[in-house]
Design a protein around this ligand. Structure first.
Ligand code: NDP
Ligand code: HSE
Length: 437
């Protein structure tokens, strides 16, 4: 057995406390798998006096001096489970430049500044692992960054936010509206006191950026991701989706494509979308995550599991700790970041999508013709039209139109023109449709 690999743990909250617990409970197995014991050199927290229950760790290890801990010569690996951009960014840059290996669950930081972290890792010669940053316990990033490196990934489609999946699943199951389902998610502890990052899609957008970077060998940041949340999804939208044999999910979609000149590009987007109940992602309920990867040789792959929670996330963190500890003992580092393709990110307007549009309209001769004319003018082909009685809206009837695939800009321009028609009392909702309806 070699001398211990020493860890600086930054953060001891929901995830960090479970990392401590697993390190304690599995210490003998972990040592056997690595070939050396893992030892906690120190734990940086914000409140040193916080009650941490029966955590199996020496209280003398706690410190509020994270930077001092990182700089210690006896620290080999820095495990960051604090979150947020600063001071986490400065800490991790310091650690990586000093040649330490870093394991982090910080999706916000990776999506904002992943490139700088990878550069610092290359400069210092340590590893940068971040499996827990996307979809919690699900082994997803390692398959993308290792197992699928002999293949060409064409699309990644995922449910990567548990809170919104819980809310949308509840709306589907009970007919509840968004506010009611969010209240239930908060009561059950799925949604945070401030749910903005989840329900507005920021959390999913950060994960989409990380997935796209790995899938397409291109640096993609959160700013490159088109983002829409689920706050506008109504009970009526869900009822309409169900009537069509669909449900609504918050999807992250990263896909290869081509621009008008035929150059290869990628598009990365997060938005709610109708998917058929027969699609594998439709049955992902509760707060579970699932990611569907399509690759040229491998075909379709699906990854499913718990995307959040202390223990599931700590499982992914510890998997990374074992990998970087083994690398350090062997005197090697993992393959560097693969960003050679540097593909341009297509603007959302050029993404090819389908729309589901609900219109409150006047019920009189010529209405369908006028509405269809708007679609024709924008070169958008209609797939289906359904007319129903007014559901208490502002018109005499409701028209639900589903389009064929068209550039998003053409679809958006169609909706804008519909809003200006006298016979269209209101555009009640606009949702995208995915998954081969
Ligand atoms: P918590 O809020 O539960 O814990 C944060 C920890 O960081 C606490 O121990 C806190 O100290 C410490 N901390 C905060 N600010 C500082 C500071 N300035 N200096 C030192 N310590 C500080 O967060 P989570 O455990 O939920 O999340 C941690 C990371 O894991 C985040 O990046 C998150 O996005 C990611 N993640 C979380 C998941 C989850 O299910 N919770 C799932 C996947 C990823 P103190 O204890 O004293 O308050
Ligand atoms: N808030 C996130 C979710 C936690 O709901 O999925 C995991 O990143």
């Amino acid at each position: 057995m070699k001398s211990p690999v020493r860890l600086a743990l930054l953060g001891c909250g929901t995830v960090g406390a479970e990392v401590v617990r697993l390190l304690h409970e599995q210490s003998a197995d972990l040592a056997a798998r690595i070939g050396a014991p893992l030892e906690i050199a120190g734990i940086a927290v914000r409140r040193i006096g916080r009650d941490r229950g029966d955590l199996p760790v020496d209280p003398a290890l706690f410190t509020t001096d994270a930077l001092g801990l990182i700089k210690r010569d006896d620290v080999d690996v820095v495990v960051e489970v604090v979150g947020g951009l600063e001071p986490a960014r400065s800490w991790l840059l310091e650690a990586l430049r000093a040649g330490k290996s870093v394991v982090t669950a910080n999706k916000a930081l990776l999506a904002e500044d992943g490139g700088a972290l990878h550069d610092a890792a290359a400069e210092g010669g340590g590893d940068l692992y971040y499996e827990a940053s996307v979809a919690g316990a699900i082994p997803l990033l390692r398959p993308l960054r290792e197992s699928l490196h002999g293949d060409r990934v064409t699309q990644v489609t995922g449910i990567v936010n548990g809170t919104t999946n819980f809310i949308l699943s509840a709306m589907h199951a009970t007919g509840a509206g968004f506010a009611e389902a969010l209240e239930e998610a908060t009561e059950l502890g799925y949604a945070e006191a401030d749910p903005t990052a989840d329900v507005e899609g920021f959390d999913a957008a950060a994960k989409a950026a990380i997935l796209a970077s790995l899938a397409f060998h291109t640096r993609v940041s959160a700013a490159d991701v088109h983002r829409e949340g689920i706050t506008e999804v109504t009970a009526a939208d869900m009822a309409s989706a169900k009537a069509m044999g669909c449900t609504i999910k918050l999807l992250c979609i990263a896909a290869r494509g081509a621009d008008a000149a035929g150059r290869e590009t990628i598009s990365v987007r997060v938005h709610p979308a109708l998917i058929p109940l027969s699609h594998p992602l439709a049955s992902v309920g509760d707060a579970f995550n699932a990611v569907f990867i399509e690759a040229e040789a491998a075909g379709q792959l699906m990854f499913y599991g718990r995307g959040a929670g202390g223990a599931p996330t700590a499982s992914a963190v510890l998997g990374d700790v074992v990998a970087v500890a083994r690398n350090r003992l062997a005197g090697v580092r993992a393959a560097s970041e693969s960003a050679y393709a540097a593909l341009p990110v297509r603007p959302m307007g050029e993404a090819l999508t389908r729309y589901h549009i609900s219109l409150d309209v006047a019920d009189r001769p010529g209405v369908l013709e006028a509405v269809a004319g708007v679609f024709a003018r924008h070169d958008v082909s209609i797939a289906t039209v359904r007319q129903g009685p007014s559901g208490g809206g502002t018109g005499d009837a409701v028209l639900v139109i589903v389009t064929h695939v068209a550039p998003d800009a053409a679809l958006a321009a169609t909706v804008d023109e519909l809003r200006g028609l006298e016979i269209v009392r209101s555009v009640a909702s606009v949702l995208r449709v995915e998954g081969g309806l």
